[in-house]
Design a protein around this ligand. Structure first.
Ligand SMILES: Cc1cc2nc3c(=O)[nH]c(=O)nc-3n(C[C@H](O)[C@H](O)[C@H](O)COP(=O)(O)OP(=O)(O)OC[C@H]3O[C@@H](n4cnc5c(N)ncnc54)[C@H](O)[C@@H]3O)c2cc1C
Length: 466
């Protein structure tokens, strides 16, 4: 028998997992080499896995060949997490997109990792069930990617992030073996490793099935759009709503620049005198929803220059289209964008916004700001001319200035998009060497051969002098 690597080894992989799953054309490699950051890597092959066995075979194959594997959902990540770094294989889970079980009694669902978030939400809604995690990318992103990034989203203030809904994970380890955590382990009494895997950004194993907790669908929902003359008045209203003991499901803040861009992108008539818009949603029983909506209206009307309400689906959808249109609308404004997701304690949002204004004035770069005000989680988009190398370098400097401002205010360099490739070398600004060292040990235990998603999450290892 000829040695494994003398022929094209990928023919052997194709033979074992079946035709039509292994792709090696440059155009395929290019598409699967980048995510929404536009950071690029060059995989040696792309595998569109259809079964758990395909994932296992591919991992074993990669280990045998001494190359890496990078799991991929939809590639909507904003930290370079699914960008393959060292010529390894990309395993895309997009074809593993079955919702296997929806159990209305237990209020759980078991899904494959490639299920698109909004499709799961629509499927469980038929059983009057509700999967709350709601990243703005929910019509593209996958559950596997959401779990790997511990995705947040619009409804976090009331409902929490993805980790609050993951009950168990089945995953392929670095030997190609199938392992389980949480509810998948049945009655076995053993420590639950689920929290270690959620947010692991594809560095500890590849998820093949995920068990999710569902809630009962709220009976009613109301959306309120409140325009304010100033950003400070909008943020003050957020505080006033919370101080009144109301827990809205969503409180989105949109500044003047982001509002203008999204409104013109989606042809939406908005109040052009506004310095900021708050989009607030409340849900629950019909009665509770109405009580909360009334209280919110009373509070925001104290300072808002215009207030709109939406209780029927199409009115609400128009308002949410405006919110979801921000990111695509900003693409039109500049050839270069650094899209960051800093978060600070909610009471510090105004202070962070002032620091961002200062950075914008000093650099001359536009920096629209929007995001999940209830959680202090802000999307800060530094716009620049990518064709101008000086301006590109300035934009990076400005984004670092904003990270430092967030950290000085007791916040974080990433509220929800993850560390990935983009922020790995900034992690030590926020986390002690001791904690980074502990994370390296966990990685070593799960993935001793370093096959999964190398070059992500943890900073480059220090050079050891011999
Ligand atoms: C317009 C826009 C809006 C966004 N809004 C939000 C938001 O509100 N909240 C938020 O949190 N994020 C948001 N994001 C970022 C992104 O959508 C999320 O990080 C999402 O969870 C990524 O899912 P994905 O399927 O695209 O994963 P990918 O980008 O393909 O991968 C992300 C990470 O998950 C890993 N991964 C993927 N599948 C698996 C698997 N089966 N097993 C193990 N690891 C895996 C990858 O290796 C990678 O590290 C937004 C992005 C865009 C473009």
């Amino acid at each position: 028998m000829s040695p494994f690597w003398t022929k094209d080894p990928f023919q052997a992989l194709e033979k074992s997992i079946g035709k039509g799953k292994v792709f090696r054309k440059p155009e395929d490699l290019a598409i699967y080499g980048m995510d929404a950051t536009k950071l690029c890597g060059e995989p040696v092959a792309v595998v569109l896995a259809e079964t758990t066995a395909d994932v296992q075979e591919t991992v074993r194959f990669a280990v045998k060949l001494g190359i890496s594997v990078t799991a991929r959902g939809a590639g909507s990540g904003l930290s370079g997490g699914s960008v393959p770094l060292d010529g390894g294989i990309v395993i895309s889970c997009e074809r593993m997109n079955n919702v296997e079980i929806i159990d209305p009694k237990k209020m759980t669902a078991i899904v494959q990792p490639g299920v698109v978030t909004s499709e799961l939400q629509a499927k469980v809604a038929k059983f009057r069930l509700f999967y709350p995690p709601d990243p703005s990318s929910h019509t593209i992103s996958t559950i596997g990617g959401n779990v790997a990034e511990n995705a947040g989203g619009l409804r976090c203030f009331k409902y929490g992030v993805t980790s609050h809904y993951v009950r168990g994970i089945e995953y392929v380890d670095s030997d190609g073996e199938l392992k389980t955590t949480g509810l998948f382990t049945g009655e076995a009494f053993e420590p639950d490793m689920t929290p270690l895997l959620v947010g692991s950004e594809g560095t500890l194993g590849i998820f093949t099935r995920i068990e999710l907790q569902l809630l009962l669908m709220p009976a009613a929902t109301a959306t309120i759009a409140a325009y304010f003359a100033t950003r400070e008045e909008a943020l003050h209203s957020v505080e006033a709503i919370i101080a009144a003991g109301i827990v809205p499901s969503i409180m989105e803040f949109i500044d003047r620049q982001a509002l203008k861009a999204s409104a013109s992108h989606s042809n939406y008539q908005y109040n052009e005198n506004a310095g900021a818009l708050l989009l607030i949603e409340t849900d629950g029983s019909e009665e509770q929803c109405e009580i909360d909506a009334r209280k919110i209206l009373t509070l925001v009307r104290k300072t808002a220059i215009e207030v709109q309400t939406g209780t029927v689906a199409n009115e609400r959808e128009k308002l949410w289209k405006l919110r979801r249109g921000i990111s695509p609308s900003l693409i039109k404004l500049a050839t270069g964008r650094i899209h960051e997701d800093v978060a600070v304690p909610r009471s510090k949002i105004a202070a962070l916004a002032s620091e961002i204004d200062r950075a914008s004035e000093e650099s001359g770069l536009s920096i629209p700001v929007y995001g999940h005000a209830g959680d202090g989680n802000l999307h800060v988009v530094v716009l620049f001319r990518a064709e101008d190398s000086k301006e590109s370098a300035l934009a990076v400097k400005v984004s670092h200035q904003i990270f430092k401002a967030a950290l000085n205010l007791g916040g974080t360099i990433t509220g929800e998009h993850g560390i990935g490739l983009a922020k790995r070398n900034l992690l030590s600004w926020q986390i002690s060497e001791q904690t980074i060292g502990l994370s390296r040990k966990i990685k070593q235990i799960f993935d001793p051969q370093g096959v999964f998603n190398p070059g992500k999450l943890l900073p480059e290892p220090p050079i050891v002098e011999k």
